[in-house]
Ligand binder design. Structure first.
Ligand code: NAP
Ligand code: MG
Length: 401
């Protein structure tokens, strides 16, 4: 079979543990046999990050900036235990966080849906995508424990010495305080990325905060987001994307009654919680994809799950694994379809779609890994191994039609 030529390079970022094992299989069985592609390879495996003092992560981010599209395998974010176990020079930061801040992007999580796995919410028929703002709020908060009576104030000192003060609370009994912040620039980029993604998905765009209670902080988000939407109104209209601002509690109730086809943009904390809620509601972590979209239209695709360490330990012992590669395969197809779109190559886009269909067809035919079988009402007789599933997808991709 003649391989399809991909015109421009794709940035590939390798990762760790079981995710890395699946990654190699996907390339060998689903990418190289079908595509003639120039991959700009960056090894973000922990060993290489340590060797290069994490320079490789920045180089990968620069490459995505240069070529426009990247695909990334899950990587370890080392904690103290990993620093010791791997003898690392230090606890290198999360590569995802580094790339996200280098590209100033927002992460969107989207479930892969199949007919034989029903979402926990009966009404959900199409994906609900979560757009999580990823700067500030409680993730960059300053906190204090108050043990004795006294007052807590917010004090802002301008560079010219001018001061603004506000009483937070006059403590008579012990308590606790927290101060959070955000930046207009970051909120604007977030809104811009959400707009790019909603247009791309041809979905509705929802944004929710609690501006009735937080009349300054949340109201600022609402105002900036609304302004960005107004600025891009013509593009949104052309793509048929409608915009709704809802209070977060109203949105939480409304989302249960929707069919899907919605990009739901939320604050950092709500995004943290809701993306896990939605992932569980739609099925398995192995079926959740993730895409980083920058406000200027750069894309990085990955699976939402991590390196699946528990399965990797089994793999190292020589035991067969049944890890679901669907989200990793969809990271590749997402990147290929985007590459094809940027290059004006219908053939590459069609290949991405064919590969996605092969994954879905396999699962719907009962060829599935353990995580999915647990969710199926009519259970297949046997479960697929990690490799067995990828082989079945390859066979279907090769099949004519
Ligand atoms: P994880 O790798 O997502 O795995 C947690 C559990 O979820 C697994 O043990 C497995 O459950 C299930 N699972 C996840 N993906 C699956 C798949 N494809 N197929 C089947 N089951 C799947 O999270 P973690 O174990 O908490 O984190 C491991 C490492 O990943 C950490 O070092 C963390 O820093 C990193 N991480 C990286 C990323 C990223 O690069 N994007 C994201 C998250 C975490 P069972 O064991 O019950 O089968
Ligand atoms: Mg979380």
């Amino acid at each position: 079979m003649a391989r399809i030529k991909v015109k421009n390079p794709l940035v590939e970022m390798d990762g760790d543990e079981m995710a890395r094992v699946m990654w190699a299989m996907i390339k060998e069985k689903l990418i190289f046999p079908f595509l003639d592609i120039d991959l700009k390879y960056y090894d973000l495996g922990l060993k290489k990050r340590d060797e290069t003092e994490d320079a490789v992560t920045m180089q990968a981010a620069d490459a995505v900036r240069h070529y426009g599209v990247g695909v990334k395998c899950a990587t370890i974010t080392p904690d103290a235990a990993r620093v010791k176990a791997y003898g690392l020079k230090k606890a290198w930061p999360s590569p995802n966080a580094t790339i996200r801040s280098a590209l100033d992007g927002t992460v969107f999580r989207k479930p892969i849906m199949v007919r034989n796995i029903l979402p926990a919410v009966r009404n959900w028929k199409r994906p609900i995508i979560i757009g999580r703002h990823a700067y500030g709020d409680i993730y960059a908060a300053m906190e204090m424990t108050i043990k004795r009576p006294g007052k807590v104030e917010l004090v802002y000192t301008a560079q010219d010495g001018q001061e603004m003060r506000a009483l937070v609370h006059e403590f008579k009994t012990p308590g606790v305080v927290m101060a959070i912040h955000n930046l207009e620039r970051s909120i604007r980029s977030f809104a811009a990325s959400c707009i790019v993604c909603a247009i791309e998905e041809r979905s509705e765009l929802w944004f929710s905060m609690k501006d009735t209670i937080s009349k300054t902080y949340h109201a600022c988000f609402k105002e900036i987001f609304g302004r960005e939407v107004a600025r891009r109104k013509a593009d949104l209209d052309r793509a048929g994307v409608s915009y709704r601002y809802l209070l977060i509690d109203d949105a939480a109730a409304q989302i249960m009654k929707q069919e899907g086809g919605i990009l739901w943009a939320v604050s950092n904390y709500e995004g943290d919680v809701l993306s896990d809620l939605l992932a569980a509601g739609f099925g398995s972590l192995g079926m959740m994809t993730s895409v980083l979209v920058s406000p200027d239209g750069l894309y990085e695709f990955e699976a939402a799950h991590g390196t699946v360490r528990r399965h990797y330990l089994e793999h190292l012992k020589g035991n067969p694994t049944s890890t679901n590669p669907a989200a990793s395969i969809f990271a590749w197809t997402g990147a290929l379809k985007k590459r094809g779109e940027f290059d004006g190559s219908g053939e590459v886009r069609a290949f991405g779609e064919k590969l996605e269909k092969a994954v879905i067809d396999c699962i719907e035919a009962g060829i599935a890994t353990k995580d999915l079988i647990a969710l199926m009402e009519r259970k297949p007789a046997a479960l697929s191994t990690t490799e067995g599933f990828i082989d079945a997808v390859a066979a279907r991709t090769l099949a004519p039609g």
